[in-house]
Design a binder for this molecule. Structure first.
Ligand SMILES: [Zn+2]
Length: 283
């Protein structure tokens, strides 16, 4: 079972706000006030909309919106309402630990504190552009740490591959526009290497891992080892994360709230980045 994690601790905030471009000595209460005061921070929408263009796994049921009413009623007032149907795993979504680990948290069981925290972004876009089967390595994680310090406890680790620029072109984003079980072998996109997933859970205490591709395991994965390793420690994943190119390497916060599906293995996710002005795009 995952160890208890502190969220918005003084230590985490000191790390996030300890850069040279931010006044030192800022207390957590000041930080919260800064985030919510006027235009002191920029708010970034990190979710894709759900519509007929939303990309789903080739075997998953795509998003369907059925109009129940849209217009004037006989009683003389305007009324709109819809029904929708969707797989849990499509568009910007949560993977709950139970997705690949039998005793892992279901969607509604994930502690809220794991869905909000300081964000760190590891940029592997150059390597991914050169190789669509690229996997983020232990070396990538350690190289980031050599420059920026240890990945903070309670942070949300975001892997920026540059794949968001391909959305919503399914052929370029997934590696194939085909659908059905035969299409799975044709998937090509970057992911997290299983060795890096193991290093993360054995050596660091991040709250969640997100990526701007359809899966935390790369497209050619057959055993989904990164999923299995993270989820065995109740570290959830966020997939098809949007707008990662707009986040700084560190200094931002992420709020990632999924639809609260009881017993769910994941679900549609509304993800928001909050970037204090001082930290906008230092990459
Ligand atoms: Zn998923």
């Amino acid at each position: 079972m995952r160890r208890s994690i502190t969220m918005l601790t003084s230590a985490a905030l000191a790390l996030s706000f300890g850069s040279s471009c931010q006044p030192t000595g800022q207390q957590p209460a000041d930080v919260i006030a800064t985030l919510f005061a006027g235009d002191a921070a920029e708010w970034i929408d990190m979710s894709y909309s759900y519509d007929t263009s939303t990309i789903f796994w080739p075997t998953a049921r795509p998003f369907d919106l059925e109009v129940v009413s849209a217009g004037m009623t006989e009683a003389g007032y305007y009324y709109t309402a819809n029904n929708f149907c969707t797989a849990e795993h499509g568009g910007t979504h949560l993977d709950a630990p139970i997705h690949f680990h039998e005793s892992g948290h279901t969607t509604e069981e994930i502690p809220l504190r794991q869905l909000f925290g300081p964000a760190v972004v590891i940029d592997v876009s150059a390597a991914s552009a050169a190789n669509p089967d690229y996997r983020v390595s232990v070396d990538d994680l350690q190289s980031w740490e050599a420059t920026h310090g240890p990945l903070p406890e309670g942070s949300i680790l975001l892997l920026y591959t540059g794949w968001g620029a391909r959305w919503p072109d399914a052929e370029r984003y997934l590696g194939t526009a085909s659908r059905g079980p035969e299409a799975v072998a044709q998937l090509h996109f970057p992911g997290l290497h299983p060795d890096a997933a193991r290093w993360l859970v054995e050596n660091r205490e991040v709250d969640a891992v997100g990526i701007d591709t359809p899966s935390i395991d790369y497209g050619q994965s057959a055993l989904f080892e990164a999923h299995r390793t993270l989820f065995a420690q109740n570290v959830p994943a966020f997939e098809n994360v949007a707008a990662l190119d707009r986040l700084p390497t560190k200094g931002a916060y992420v709020i990632a709230l999924p639809m609260k599906i009881a017993g769910g293995s994941g679900g549609p996710l509304r993800m928001v980045g909050v970037i204090p002005r001082a930290f906008q795009r230092d990459r």
